[in-house]
Design a protein around this ligand. Structure first.
Ligand SMILES: CC(C)[C@H](C(=O)O)[C@@H](O)C(=O)O
Ligand code: SF4
Length: 773
């Protein structure tokens, strides 16, 4: 019998199964692991505490991006003196130490290849079709543009990948978003993805991998495709993926970490050509979009689904489809300082940010420059341009784009995440409004009290010129913007991105013996090592929890709200309870607790359970959200749906996500509001309302997660029990896809040489027995 047709997701997933248990839990082999400073310190600490090594340093690439200043690096000597903020410095220096100790390839602040983790992977050819790619960062979905299975993970999973080069997964649903036809003038890939999120909502892709296809997607460049997959996470999806084609291969060819030209390249391309979905493959969810229906799009509210055509107006809560939406819109309008029915192009802005892993590549910069050339930004506006990597910056300077931006009045910065989330000093002040090319418009995202409108680089450039949200078509007389690279409307020389990749690679870091605590290390870190050590893995058992449940009467609570960026700068897991729900719990300006917020009121300030509406924990992969909840005392969340990455993070920390039907959540919410106790019983798989005649609602937790929760098990140990499967998978991988093995950077003059694969067996973790799952 012929094999059933498969999607590209099915193929990538199936090709990486190292082991599968009866309940469908898979040990999925990971080909590529990207690491940054925010989500890795606790993972390395966990490895260190357990005496484990990094299993595949050759498949791991680290950089600093979130915390770093974007001011000129001319005076850079070392990070200890360059990064001024103490807690940011601690994270940067901790990663520098960790890459040395564990022997990983690292692009630090003195390296032109440093940049946002999702920019540098593709740039270096580290990102390849058919590969599994993870990073402790939700926008890992970006790499799906190459036909890779790429997704964000939490810090416990980062530790799992570092130790085992695998991750525990269950198969997701297949979803297809097909976009057909030609885009109108002034419309580009950012508009496509904002429009799609507007249609399906921020929970639309929950539990699914979205394949983007259709003639519109095929016609896009790799960089435009990356912007689309990047924001799949804003659509709630586990990953986004686009089948590779000649555009993909052309982009990859010649990059430092790509398979080398010759038989290796030919074999790789032959394999990649087998990846696109088979005719007749099954999709659980299908969405069709006409390119002609997509206008230049902006967001008006505090969720990426709050989108509208720039020709439209701020919506009126009176027209909301239900009460929950009306409440959410009212709240969003209040936060954004907007009146219902205001035309969008009458909204005045204070700042413009062009950057982020969504839109800081060379084509994004060219797009913005093609609008800005010969123009000036509006009076009183602060505008910043933050290239995605040192190499993007170099290329832009060679093309003269920096001159265009600077002449227009933009601040030309160094590479990093910058004001996308403001973990560094680049932030909005309370009440400031920003036209931004980033991906999240959550409350406080770009600075406490700041207001974000998401849009494309062309639209952000148009807003910079007028000082208002602006329809870019008005500035271009309806012509297509920056599309004909052979006849640029501005006087710059378009260059080839790959010519910037020929720098002499830096040597890989030499292994470092860890310095004893309380010597030099304490001086660097501001916090003595003795106070920063955290136990790796290890979680409390969960059987039954009975207690007060706090009613969080909101949908789409994002992890930026559960714990905002300023608390992510820790290298510990503990002590975050006071930061839990900070933006809602405290006055942004005075830091005083807000008496009317439920978690500040007795008895809810002692709640062990939360009840919320759909899509709890959407957005960022920060496991800090789970740590903050745990530290506050929360052991269970009851909701109609919980976002994928966050759900895993909860489980890794012994917190149960009890998913109930909306009408059941309604009853629990009412009981919670009445201050009645609620029981979450994992042994019986039931939520019980003891004060309502023991009314019970069934919930389901997959059997492996349930087993770990009931027994408080460390899943790294469990995975290492199956190490023989991982080893044989690695042997097969070396035979079938040899280009995925063993190349890091090695200083051999100007050339990059393949490095042998490390002996993974030697780094095997200690063995445990007596568990069976
Ligand atoms: C810091 C990191 C966990 C986070 C993410 O996962 O997305 C960040 O990149 C963000 O954009 O909020
Ligand atoms: S979304 Fe922003 S903060 Fe997160 S990785 Fe991308 S640029 Fe960095």
């Amino acid at each position: 019998m012929a094999a059933a047709p498969r999607t590209i997701y099915d193929k990538c997933f199936d090709a990486h199964v190292a082991h599968k248990t009866e309940d469908g839990t898979v040990i999925l082999y990971i080909d590529r692991h990207l690491v940054h400073e925010v989500t890795s310190p606790q993972a390395f600490e966990g490895l260190r505490n357990a005496g484990r090594k990094v299993r595949r340093p050759d498949c791991t690439l680290a950089t600093v991006d979130h915390n770093i200043p974007t001011v000129s690096r001319k005076s850079y000597k070392d990070s200890k003196t360059f990064v001024e903020e103490a807690d940011s410095r601690t994270q940067v220096v901790t990663l520098e130490d960790n890459v040395k100790e564990f022997g990983l390839t690292f692009f630090g602040l003195s390296d032109a290849r440093q940049g946002i983790v999702h920019i540098i992977g593709p740039e270096q050819g580290f990102t390849l079709p058919g590969a599994t790619i993870v990073c402790g960062d939700s926008h890992t979905s970006t790499h799906g543009a190459f036909g890779a299975l790429a997704f964000g993970i939490g810090t416990s999973e980062v530790e799992h990948v570092l130790a085992t080069q695998t991750i525990l997964q269950k198969k997701a649903k297949n979803m297809r978003v097909q976009v057909e036809g030609q885009l109108g003038p002034g419309v580009n890939s950012k508009d496509i993805i904002l429009h799609v999120i507007g249609i399906i909502g921020t929970a639309g892709g929950t539990g699914a991998v979205i394949e983007f296809c259709g003639s519109t997607i095929r016609s896009l460049s790799m960089e435009a495709r990356m912007s689309i997959c990047n924001m799949s996470i804003e659509a709630g999806a586990r990953a986004g993926i686009i089948a590779p084609d000649d555009t993909t291969y052309e982009y990859i060819k010649g990059r430092p970490l790509a398979p080398k030209q010759g038989p290796e390249w030919d074999a790789a391309v032959a394999y990649w050509r087998s990846l696109p979905s088979d005719e007749g493959a099954h999709y659980d969810i299908d969405v069709q979009v006409k390119a002609a229906d997509i206008p230049p799009t902006v967001t008006w509210g505090t969720s990426p689904q709050d989108v509208a055509p720039i020709t439209g107006s701020v919506p009126d809560p009176k027209n909301a489809k239900n009460e929950t939406q009306a409440k959410a819109w009212t709240r969003a309008l209040e936060y954004m300082g907007l009146e219902a029915n205001t035309p969008l192009d009458k909204i005045k802005i204070d700042k413009v940010f062009i950057g982020s892993c969504t839109n800081s590549r060379i084509e994004d910069l060219r797009q913005a420059a093609s609008i800005l050339h010969g123009k000036k930004v509006a009076d009183g506006l602060y505008c910043m341009l933050v290239p995605g990597s040192g190499l993007v910056k170099k290329q832009a300077e060679a093309e003269g784009l920096d001159k265009i931006f600077q002449a227009a009045g933009f601040d030309w910065r160094e590479a990093g995440c910058s004001m996308c989330l403001g973990m560094n000093p680049d932030q909005l002040q309370p009440g400031e409004r920003c036209a931004s090319t980033s991906n999240r418009n959550f409350e406080g995202r770009q600075g406490a009290g700041g207001r974000t409108h998401l849009m494309s680089p062309a639209m952000a450039a148009a807003a910079a010129i007028t000082g208002y949200l602006t329809d870019v078509r008005k500035l271009t007389n309806g012509t297509r913007v920056g599309e004909d690279a052979s006849k640029p409307e501005y006087n710059v020389q378009i260059t080839d991105a790959k010519s910037y990749l020929t720098d002499k690679p830096l040597p890989p870091p030499a292994p470092l013996k860890r310095v004893p605590a309380d010597t030099d290390e304490d001086a660097i870190r501001d916090v003595p090592a003795s106070q920063t050590a955290t136990a790796g893995g290890g979680m409390q058992k969960f059987t039954v929890v009975k207690g007060i449940a706090a009613p969080i009467d909101r949908a789409n609570v994002d992890t930026d709200l559960i714990i905002p960026k300023q608390f992510l700068k820790t290298i510990k897991r503990s002590g975050l309870g006071s930061a839990f729900f900070w933006p809602a719990r405290y006055d942004v300006k005075t830091g005083e607790p807000l008496a009317d917020f439920v978690l500040n009121q007795a008895p809810f300030n002692k709640a062990q359970i939360l009840v919320a509406w759909e899509n709890w924990g959407c957005g960022s992969s920060r496991e800090h959200a789970a740590w903050a909840m745990l530290d506050f005392g929360i052991r269970a969340v009851i909701a109609p749906s919980v976002a994928d990455i966050h759900k895993t993070n909860l489980a890794k920390n012994g917190i149960v996500a009890a998913i109930l039907k909306p009408e059941e959540v309604k009853e629990v919410m009412e009981a919670a509001k009445a201050k009645q106790e609620v029981i979450v019983d994992l042994e019986q798989n039931q939520v019980i309302l003891p004060e309502s005649s023991n009314k019970a609602f069934e919930f389901h937790v997959d059997s492996f997660t349930r087993h770990c929760l009931l027994n408080g098990l460390d899943d790294i140990d469990l995975t290492m029990e199956k190490e023989n499967f991982i080893k044989s998978f690695e042997q097969e991988r070396t035979k079938d896809t040899p280009w995925l093995d063993g190349f890091g950077y090695e200083a051999t003059g100007a050339a990059t040489k393949l490095q042998p694969v490390v002996d993974a067996a030697k780094s095997a973790a200690k063995k445990v027995t007596g568990t069976d799952w």
